[in-house]
Design a protein around this ligand. Structure first.
Ligand code: GDP
Ligand code: IMO
Ligand code: MG
Length: 459
């Protein structure tokens, strides 16, 4: 059987999955995106033909596309936005990435995000008194239609224009009534107009031979004992609809099990589950964040203006880490590493190993701020606990972290520190505490943004 690595986010997204994926993709035959859609923003680096290192944010196409010999699959669990896909393929070609159209395959059973899903996303957010802070990419409504079985699949785009129009007519019947009721008549959909556009997208996919039977496509690789498959998870454990901070989460199951089925795989196929955590935590959108630092972000998730000397620790961390969303550009909320949460995520996703990214950034923050912290226990409902509560939405209480605090920080020179033993003492101690608290070995350590800035420990 092939080697199958699953890269799963363990916090609230943006842990550096794209970079870790790109590290493994260099050797991979197939890279699969399995959940979410254009709500994801995965940053990867690649060396262009002039030898320059270029940064790229990808939303749908797996990061492995930057390597010439890697095949990429957008699996059945993805909510596919055809407009974003076309823009992304163009952006890749403009950046001289080798023949993306022939190396990106799409499962015919992928759920399609339609323009009206974005209008519905906006409408549903506006009706909520406590907003989720969605990315506005139409992801929730697209998955809802899929569950109602009125969603469109990629295979629908290959039908005749008439057949597609009649499917769209059924899909939008109730939505059109909703748009009218909420004075959004500009959003009312004409099924024939939309069918013309989406039929032409279907033609594009057909002409480029992009649509595949996902199961059969993956099986060819799985059956080859020499093949290497990487599954690039999107979102994270805490953002998953299944085990995440409901309702402050996304609408697909971004844990191991959802990622597997979205990638046309079974649990028996997996060689290694890697839970990616940041050395400090971040979150965009609303929801609990026990170790959040105070910063100038208001309850709407907006950054309020402040002078440098008034910066709180959350602002210092956000500026040092340049923590702004790769999809929406929103400022990310920032806070300390939460080993209680990391342990819970590892249990949920069955992690074999942890990856801790941005150890370099945390060290710099420590040098600037004077200390770094790691949460090893919570105080919640009057008790000390070492698990992540599932009822915060109902108790209206966010756990108070108990921290281990280190004075100062550290400097990591990623060029010259390629082994665990070469890291500064405090950085190693930080990793050891994570291992002790979570009970899971930290095999991978991110020391910089480039794909090669990853220490792989021999454990
Ligand atoms: P993803 O959504 O999990 O793929 O993560 P994002 O790409 O949204 O955000 C992660 C950010 O951290 C990106 O800007 C990455 O380039 C950056 N990054 C990832 N790993 C490291 C690391 O080890 N060190 C540093 N300095 N940056 C990193
Ligand atoms: P990657 O793959 C960070 C968050 C949104 C919002 C909530 C619901 O880059 O880690 P949605 O648009 O999915 O209905 O929004 O989920 N969210 C993410 N946050 N990284 C992501 O993806 C995210 N995908 C969704 O901010 O709080
Ligand atoms: Mg991201």
């Amino acid at each position: 059987m092939a080697d199958v690595k699953l890269i799963i986010g363990a916090n609230w997204g943006d842990e550096g999955k794209g970079k870790v994926d790109a590290y493994f993709s260099k050797e991979a035959d197939l890279v699969i995106r399995a959940t979410g859609g254009a709500n994801a923003g995965h940053t990867v680096y690649y060396n262009n033909t002039s030898g320059e290192t270029v940064k790229m944010a990808l939303h749908l196409v797996p990061g492995g596309i930057v390597y010439n010999y890697t095949m990429c699959l957008i699996g059945q669990g993805v909510a596919l936005d055809m407009e974003v896909l076309q823009e992304e393929l163009k952006m890749l070609s403009d950046n001289y990435i080798f023949d993306p159209k022939s190396r990106v395959k799409i499962s015919g059973t992928c759920n399609v995000v339609m323009p009206y899903h974005k209008d519905l996303d906006r409408l549903h957010e506006s009706l909520k008194s406590k907003k989720i802070g969605t990315t506005g990419k139409g992801i929730g409504p697209a998955y809802s239609d899929n569950r109602l079985r009125t969603g469109l699949l990629v295979y629908d785009l290959l039908l005749s224009e008439q057949e597609l129009a009649s499917k769209i007519a059924v899909a939008i019947k109730a939505h059109n009534e909703l748009f009218k009721a909420f004075n959004m008549s500009e959003c009312v959909v004409d099924p024939n107009e939309l069918a013309t556009i989406y039929h032409s997208y279907g033609k594009f996919l057909k002409d480029n031979n992009m649509v595949v039977n996902g199961h059969e496509f993956v099986k060819k690789y799985l059956d080859n004992p020499l093949a290497k498959i990487v599954v690039e998870g999107a979102q994270s454990t805490r953002l998953s609809i299944e085990n995440g901070d409901y309702p402050n989460c996304t609408s697909s199951d971004s844990n191991t099990l959802g990622t597997l089925s979205g990638a046309h795989l079974s649990h028996k196929d997996v060689t290694e589950v890697i839970n990616v955590n940041k050395a400090y935590f971040t979150r965009v959108g609303n929801g609990p964040f026990p170790t959040e630092y105070v910063s100038h972000i208001n309850s709407q998730g907006e950054l309020t203006s402040y002078e440098k000397q008034e910066a709180f620790e959350g602002d210092i961390l956000r500026e040092i880490g340049k923590e702004y969303g790769a999809t929406t550009g929103r400022p990310r909320r920032t806070g300390a590493f939460d080993a209680v949460l990391a342990k819970n995520s590892a249990e949920i996703s069955g992690a074999d190993y942890l990856c801790i990214t941005r150890l370099d950034t945390l060290g710099e923050y420590g040098l600037e701020h004077g200390s770094v912290q790691i949460c090893t226990e919570y105080k919640y409902e009057g008790k000390n606990i070492s698990y992540y509560p599932d009822n915060m939405e109902f108790t209206h209480e966010t756990p108070t972290p108990n921290y281990i605090t280190f004075d100062g920080g550290w400097k990591i020179d990623s060029e010259n520190m390629k082994t665990f033993d070469s890291l500064p003492f405090k950085a190693r101690l930080f990793i050891k505490i994570i291992e002790e608290t979570t009970g899971v070995p930290v095999k991978y350590i991110g020391t910089g943004p480039n794909n090669c800035d990853l220490i792989v420990r021999d454990i």
